[in-house]
Design a protein around this ligand. Structure first.
Ligand code: SF4
Ligand code: SF4
Length: 347
């Protein structure tokens, strides 16, 4: 995002405060400095040379980058991109940025090397130019998902958001460029991670026609006969779905239809399904007390549902929800929806 686009977005804010009520950080801290309106006001002060970088940096770092403010903004301020780019600009030094990123990506890298000898799935029958955007965690686990068997598994790079949040704009731009080149050649790009899809949809270089190519896997399941495997341990069990903050509302509706159509499980729509899991990638490492409060809030609601299985569609949410189960002594299984499909369903 260029500086003039950032400025345009800052100027678009009408200070209406509609972004406050759903901000998970505001719900915990009750401090307007940490809301989208507060941050936009401060950045406006910075543009006008009233405030210094130091007076904004700390508050920018507390933002979870969950996008709830952006979703609720009537003026269509691109809050998350403004905050991410400004945060990247204000980040102190290259060495600290790299260290931040190293810590963040370390579990994924370790997982990659632990799984490196797993056999890779090769589908020689693929003749489609519908491409599967496999996220970093699924790649690191060398997982063969059902989407590998249907669509071409192109060599997309990371969506780039971990780099951007860590202040590494150079690598963010590099990942973005590679992914855009592949999107342009595809007829559709299928995602099974809500956060990857959101990150790619936010590439400003993509026009509306290119963005329409980006779809969630649930689009391909509509009208299909879906059954629970005979051997499934979730027969007649209660299943809920946690909506990742970055999940598009329409994708969520389709996931709900998909889950309600599965014969043999008791799918229960969750109250407050929109509530953040609190994990936000590596957010937990840097703001453990805030994250823990959000995680526990979510875990308490989940506990009341008495669900046997919690599903979601983002590896970061999966970690957050699992942590919440442990912290609230509610030892229920949490799975990524793609793993649930692979192990429990026949489609
Ligand atoms: S909802 Fe949008 S326009 Fe309203 S205060 Fe928040 S950022 Fe500004
Ligand atoms: S991105 Fe999320 S945490 Fe950050 S200001 Fe917006 S609603 Fe709050």
């Amino acid at each position: 995002m260029r500086e003039d686009d950032i400025k345009k977005n800052i100027d678009k804010c009408s200070r209406c405060a509609l972004c406050l009520q759903n901000c998970p950080i505001y719900q915990i801290k009750k401090d307007e400095n940490n809301t989208a309106r507060g941050l936009i006001c401060k950045l406006s002060g910075y543009e006008k040379k009233i405030l210094s970088e130091k007076e904004i940096k700390k508050d920018l770092k507390i933002c979870l980058n969950c996008s709830k403010c952006k979703e609720n903004c009537p003026s269509k301020v691109d809050t998350t991109m403004v905050f991410a780019y400004k945060n990247a600009k204000f980040s102190p030094s290259k060495i600290s940025q790299r260290l931040f990123l190293l810590v963040k990506l370390l579990p994924v890298k370790i997982m990659y090397f632990l799984n490196i000898f797993k056999k890779k799935y090769k589908n020689n029958l693929i003749k489609t130019n519908i491409l599967y955007f496999k996220g970093c965690v699924a790649k690191a686990q060398h997982k063969t998902t059902y989407l590998d068997k249907i669509f071409s598994n192109a060599d997309f790079l990371c969506c780039g958001v971990p780099y951007l949040i860590a202040g590494d704009i150079k690598n963010y731009e590099k990942a973005k460029k590679r992914n855009i080149d592949l999107i342009k050649k595809a007829s559709k790009v299928v995602f099974d991670c809500a956060s990857c899809k959101r990150a790619v949809s936010e590439y400003e270089e993509l026009d509306e026609a290119q963005k329409k190519k980006l779809v969630f896997f649930s689009d391909f399941l509509t009208g299909k006969k879906i059954q629970l495997k005979e051997s499934s341990k979730y027969k007649n069990k209660t299943v809920i779905f946690h909506k990742p903050c970055h999940m598009d509302k329409n994708d969520y509706k389709k996931i709900e239809i998909f889950l309600s159509n599965i014969e043999g499980i008791n799918y229960k729509k969750q109250e407050n399904s929109n509530l953040c899991c609190g994990f936000g990638g590596s957010y937990f490492l840097y703001h453990p007390f805030i994250a823990l409060k959000i995680v526990l809030k979510k875990a308490t609601i989940i506990k009341k549902t008495k669900a046997d299985l919690i599903l979601t569609a983002c590896p970061s949410c999966t970690m957050g929800l699992r942590f919440g189960q442990i912290a609230s002594f509610n030892f229920r299984k949490t799975l990524e929806i793609r793993d649930f499909i692979d192990s429990e369903l026949t489609i």
